[in-house]
Design a protein around this ligand. Structure first.
Ligand code: CUA
Length: 329
């Protein structure tokens, strides 16, 4: 019996190990994810109990079965009455269980989609295969754009408008919120909140093409003052790195914006502060000069099917270009 218990302990530990971390619906770090996790545990608990009861009754029935078939012409009124009462009660209990679970589900939905005006509103637009992030502000001077990484203040609700520029994507940061689709020609509204500071990972959850799996997003929750510092830094003009000559002479500027230069393309991510992000290519590679160089040299090798084309670069231009981008803090 001891090995049986040890085996069970190992199994449970292994199963639960996957429930924690920066991308888990079972490790909720905000009220919306909490609503989903509560619902999950309620459903799991009720269904487990019911399943166990069915198995127990089935086992008892098999155990106690009598040999031979009863004669269908012989009726037993007392037994039939008993069966009617038992079946009737069980049907009633089943209906009550279903109605109760529906009520829990409805209450969970209300918690999930309850949004109100917050201090911060973002607009996220899905692209194949990255996330455009707009920080909206009544003062246009304080609006700005970034990509693939969202910074928010901890403990504060943030409203997010979801749109798409091409196909249907789905925004899913399991530790903070359930899935919500980004649909072309339509705007969906959600609200997220991180109770504590931390880094939460999300993932596009709707198959959107070849690189759907490489469409990651990070939500970084800061203490309020740190968030304001980050926001002011993003709004501010960047510190121009040494050499922008190569960048500005390449077709990069047709698709990318670096605010304060002649690069004003809007097809690809805004690069004004790309050096301050933790990852490049929507969560695919950690930010480093080497990875930037590898990405620029051959994006199709890293994300086949991505919309970023191969551009002609001389070998001695690669390192200065990567250094320039890394310097865009
Ligand atoms: Cu975007 Cu899947």
């Amino acid at each position: 019996m001891r090995w049986c218990r040890a085996l069970a302990a190992i199994f449970v530990a292994a199963a639960l190990a996957g429930c924690q971390g920066w991308q888990s619906a079972l490790d909720p770090r905000g009220p919306k994810a909490g609503a989903i996790a509560d619902l999950f545990w309620i459903f799991l608990g009720v269904c487990t109990v019911l399943w166990a009861l069915v198995v127990i009754f089935l086992s008892v029935a098999i155990w106690r079965r009598r040999g031979g078939r009863p004669d269908p012409l012989v009726t037993n009124t007392a037994q039939e009455q008993r069966i009617t009462i038992v079946v009737g009660t069980l049907v009633g209990l089943t209906a009550i269980t279903l109605v109760t679970l529906t009520a829990f589900s409805y209450a969970g939905q209300r918690r999930l989609f309850d949004t109100h005006e917050g201090r911060i509103t973002l607009k996220i637009t899905g692209h194949q295969f990255w996330w455009e992030v707009n920080y909206e502000d009544p003062d246009p001077q304080r609006s700005f754009m970034t990509a693939n990484e969202i910074h928010i203040p901890a403990g504060e609700p943030v409203r997010i408008k979801l749109e798409s520029s091409d196909v249907i994507h789905s925004f899913w940061v399991p530790s903070l919120m359930g899935k919500q689709d980004l649909i072309p020609g339509r705007q969906n509204l959600i609200q997220i909140q991180a109770d504590r500071e931390g880094v939460y990972r999300g993932q596009c959850a709707e198959f959107c093409g070849w690189q759907h799996a490489h469409m990651g997003i990070l939500v970084i929750a800061h203490p309020k003052d740190e968030f304001e510092a980050w926001r002011n830094q993003q709004i501010s003009a960047r510190q121009p790195p040494e050499d922008e000559r190569i960048f500005l002479s390449k077709p990069c500027i047709m698709c990318h914006t670096v605010r304060g230069t002649s690069a004003g393309g809007t097809v690809g991510p805004d690069l004004t502060h790309i050096g301050s992000r933790q990852y490049i290519a929507a969560g695919t590679l950690p930010m480093s000069r080497g990875n930037l160089a590898a990405w620029i040299v051959d994006p199709q090798r890293i994300k086949p099917g991505v919309n970023m084309p191969l551009i002609k670069l001389d070998s001695e231009e690669v390192q200065p270009l990567a250094r320039y981008l890394e310097g865009l803090k």
